[in-house]
Design a protein around this ligand. Sequence first.
Ligand code: EPZ
Length: 417
Amino acid sequence: MSRFVVKGGKKLFGEIEVQGAKNSALPILSAAVLTRGENIFYNCPRLTDVDACLRILRYLGCDAKVQNGAVLINSDGLCESEIPDSLMREMRSSIVFLGAILARTGCAKLSFPGGCELGPRPIDLHLKALRKMGAKISERHGSLVCKAENGLKGARIDLSFPSVGATENIILAAVLAEGTTTIINAAREPEICDLCEYLNSAGAKIYGFGEGEIVIDGVEELYAVSHNIIPDRIVAATLMSAAAVTKGEVTLRGVIRNHLSSVIPVFEETGCRIRVNEGDLSISAPERLRAMPLVRTMPYPGFPTDAQAPLMAAACVCEGTSVFVENIFENRFKHVGELSRLGADINVQGKVAVVNGVKTLYGAPVEAQDLRGAASLITAALAAEGTTEIGGIEYLERGYEDFEIALGSLGADVRKI
Ligand code: EPZ
């Protein structure tokens, strides 16, 4: 179990390239199952979740490898339609393989994705949509058995919630289905758009992505292409928080400003100066951050739930009170108890966290319990006086590429032990 040792109090200075987006790479690697030939993916982040994805692809019979920093996937050899429990458990989001395997082979067997650290992770919206497209799905002994012997048929799908994963699974099931599929109340996240851009370049016919209604006309075949994964907006928000909390001055290279349109105003409200020039975003922080405006997590383009924990670390040392409302996941304040061990003053009532800013945080041993919580603890440790040891870094490595090296390149004192 790896741990980080952080010596706080160092201002972050300099510039850094933002890694490729985890939540874009995972569905796109799954979508490669639908194509003939060899795909080449550039800017794919080196993460344990991506490694788990490649292991699943190889298990299915695909050729999946990393070469000179690019990920190469050729699914011509696909010969399996079941993902074993051991591989499913490695990555919660492997449910996104369901739509792709079902569309490619007409059947799919995978174990019910366990809950995760964010609370139960239902997939009712995924299953209801796939059944409407003609899939027969039975759930027994903890696994899902899905069949679509006569192939999948296009349908109109009304999502009661703009679920990212359900939208992705419907798109993956629909691109080779017979007829047209319309998704109403679809998720609008940039990662959905990146998936659709990739699929359209491979020959799919998908319209309206980024809006609430997506139309997919089924086609016969998809052909492998090369694709550049978009930058990770949540890693960008986390680095902005690290700069803010250490009174630093950092330039992020290769960001897409629009993807941060609900995050930038929060930092500006605290007194940070933010300048965007082409794909570069520079943030310089004041000596003392002012309190954040009310932060309510919402589906895109609202404030992203994944940025809640990393930004709460900065809120801990703001002057005044900041309030966070977590509307997306029911158990996403696990980092609060650990931040309090560093001296933060936070009260949680249901889905509301009230953060009373303190002047100083103090280093202490803490344990991460989920991916973004780990990022939150590291960010707070950068500001804390003294040394903080953080356990549970395997959570961090699911989504942040070599984070101790990234922070070290900006002047932080972070050691991995
Ligand atoms: C994706 O998860 C991301 N993961 C999450 O990022 C992100 O927090 C989330 O979208 C919201 O933006 C990946 O892309 C791999 P949802 P997903 O389906 O697809 C409920 C991270 O930190 N729901 O939009 O699971 C669900 O319980 C991760 O990188 C149902 O009730 O998110 C949750 O409360 C964490 N039934 C809410 O909707 C369903 O069938 C949002 O879920 C599906 C979802």
